[in-house]
Design a protein around this ligand. Structure first.
Ligand code: FAD
Length: 445
């Protein structure tokens, strides 16, 4: 059967949008990438400016896309940051640390876009404001309405046969709620609006959260602040690695905040603080999608979404890249993009809508069995790579399976190392050396 070549819109020119554009074009589709900002890179495009509402609650605020802080270093080694046929730069080029600064990723994505001639596909400063199916009664046509940002003002609507959403998942803050939060007298921000530690000089800062950003930001601020405290629902967490440092204290979650600046914790202890930084994650956010209820986001569940990519009743002409987390983002987006490109061309066929719906229901039941709350619907089981291997099987590309297997081994070794709670794990763990010792040689990717 002849391949179908569609006119596809990709929303976003971050890592996912770039690899989606490459894979779609490789499969023969015609691609237009809409990018709200004036450059590629998405999250990796460090922006020193912050939003007018530091908690990100005001829907009318002017959005700053990136959540990068100035000091950010990768939390994955370079071997896990590349594409299957386009590795992340080896040690010795640019930032020679094992876990480089964020600038290296931007440089990598720029080279990727140039080498695969993707820049010519991108309409910069074009914000997508509406995506809607059914143009002139045709269910396979999609209206993509856009307007320009900055420079000369323009707006328009273009029609596409497929839309691939790659708008990222780290821009819309989720904050912690507790009694007294909204009237608390101190300063509050979300980590999305944290950039540099200097404004916290001599302050008492409370960080809420237990993820990588919470740990990084605590360490960033500690040399400047009077004290850094951390509150979280669980104490068994990644911030353990800074527990022993002077001036750093851990607490259970906040029970209430009082008007005079006092914060009372669930164990009854309390502190007076100047600042609260919510390192409490992000929400999936698609303000431009108009699907008449066929797809929705509830408590961070985007659904119903078959295998985190295709909305069951709008597949295959609407798809999402990069939704799952607790995985390696670059390989994941590449595998999903290859799948979408081949489904759109007809080379791969999706199950029926009913079958997709029952797969989604099975997934929800599994989440429940695992005891995970609804907002973890798109979390993958760390270290298992079941989902990535499923994608590889769909694609029928065993070489990619070997790539994923090797990455899984590196990831397991890294995890062991992280659990040893070495304070300076990013400088101590030498993935390249370990791989050589284990006989990986130059095989990754
Ligand atoms: P983004 O990079 O967010 O790109 C989305 C793009 O869509 C942006 O360019 C945006 O401008 C555009 N866009 C959004 N809305 C619209 C619209 N309406 N119209 C047009 N364009 C739009 N990953 C790693 O692999 N290793 C790490 O060490 C790592 N560290 C991280 C640290 C932090 C603090 C954060 C926030 C993330 C980190 N990540 C890391 C994950 C990182 O987000 C992914 O690696 C990857 O960059 C995601 O790419 P994306 O293209 O899916 O999204």
């Amino acid at each position: 059967m002849a391949k179908l070549h569609v006119k596809a819109a990709v929303i976003g020119a971050g890592m996912s949008g770039l690899v989606a554009a490459r894979e779609l074009r490789r499969e023969g589709h015609q691609v237009v990438v809409f990018e709200r900002s004036s450059d590629i890179g998405g999250t990796w495009l460090y922006d020193p400016s912050v939003e007018s509402d530091p908690l990100g609650l005001d829907p009318g605020r002017d959005v700053v896309h990136s959540s990068m802080y100035r000091s950010l270093r990768l939390n994955l080694p370079r071997q896990l940051m590349g594409f299957s046929d386009y590795p992340f730069p080896k040690k010795g080029s640019g930032d020679s640390r094992n876990f480089q600064g964020h600038e290296e990723v931007l440089q990598f994505l720029r080279s990727f876009a140039e080498d695969f001639k993707l820049v010519e596909l991108i309409r910069f400063r074009h914000e997508v404001v509406r995506v809607e199916q059914d143009v002139e009664g045709r269910r396979d046509w999609w209206a993509v309405e856009w307007r320009t940002r900055g420079g000369e003002e323009a707006a328009g609507v273009d029609v596409f046969e497929a839309v691939v959403v790659c708008n990222g998942k780290h821009t819309q803050p989720r904050i912690a709620e507790f009694p007294g939060r909204s009237t608390w007298s101190g300063e509050q921000l979300h980590s999305h609006n944290y950039r540099v530690p200097e404004p916290y000089k001599d302050k008492i800062v409370l960080i809420i959260g237990r993820g990588t950003s919470a740990g990084d930001i605590a360490k960033d601020i500690l040399p400047h602040a009077r004290e850094v405290h951390q509150a979280s629902r669980e104490t068994d967490n990644q911030v353990m690695e800074i527990r022993k440092l002077a001036g750093f204290f851990q607490h259970p979650m906040i029970a209430c905040a009082e008007d005079d600046g006092k914060l009372v914790f669930q164990d009854g202890s309390s502190i007076y603080a100047d600042v609260i930084i919510h390192c409490t994650g992000y929400s999936f956010h698609y303000p431009f999608l108009k699907t008449k209820g066929l797809l929705s986001v509830h408590n961070n569940r985007v659904g119903p979404l078959y295998k985190h990519v295709f909305p069951a009743s709008l597949a295959p002409r609407l798809s999402f890249i990069g939704i799952p987390y607790l995985t390696y983002p670059t390989p994941l987006s590449e595998l999903q993009s290859k799948w979408v490109a081949k489904v759109l061309s007809g080379e791969l066929v999706l199950p029926s809508e009913e079958e997709m719906m029952s797969s989604v229901q099975e997934h929800y039941q599994r989440i429940e069995k695992l005891g995970w709350p609804k907002h973890h619907t798109h979390r993958l089981e760390i270290g298992k790579f079941t989902y990535e291997k499923w994608l590889v099987d769909q694609l029928g590309l065993p070489a990619l399976g070997q790539w994923i297997e090797k990455m899984a081994l590196i990831g397991l070794e890294l995890l062991k190392f992280l659990q040893s709670s070495d304070e300076n794990w990013r400088d101590t763990w030498d993935g390249e050396k370990w791989m050589q010792e284990e006989g990986f040689g130059k095989q990754i990717p």
